[in-house]
Ligand binder design. Sequence first.
Ligand SMILES: [Zn+2]
Ligand SMILES: [Zn+2]
Ligand SMILES: [Zn+2]
Length: 153
Amino acid sequence: MSECLKEFGKFNSFKLPGSPVLNRRTPSSQFVLDALKELEHPSAQDIVDWIRDKHPNTKRGGSLTSVYRSLNALVEQGELKPINFNDGHVRYEPISQNRDHHHHFICVRCNAVALLNTCPLEPFIKQLTPDFKVLYHNLEIFGHCTACQSKAQ
Ligand SMILES: [Zn+2]
Ligand SMILES: [Zn+2]
Ligand SMILES: [Zn+2]
């Protein structure tokens, strides 16, 4: 038994290792998935604001803590990926298996984001070790957008 499972057993001896705790859909997980359908690249705080706006009566599931817990669970399940635009927020988007797969150009001056709709990495990743189940990959490209380049340096 691995160290990890031994630790787990100490605190949760009534639970079988591998019980599908994370697969349980909490009210918050469903809110988070709904929010991600409507918001582009939201942060956890953006999702909390969306939930409070759409479901003002919710107590459970509307706090930043429960949203973070749901976001982490959904990332582990391979439904979402965290992305970093270096603007001080971790942002999230659904992992799409189809042609919606995209990457990002980010202007470091005005924070404009443009989408890159092709993926140079997918053929490469497919050749990597079959022992590693890939859930997602990130590719963000940073620079100065056209508008910012034409402003005074
Ligand atoms: Zn995106
Ligand atoms: Zn710019
Ligand atoms: Zn890609």
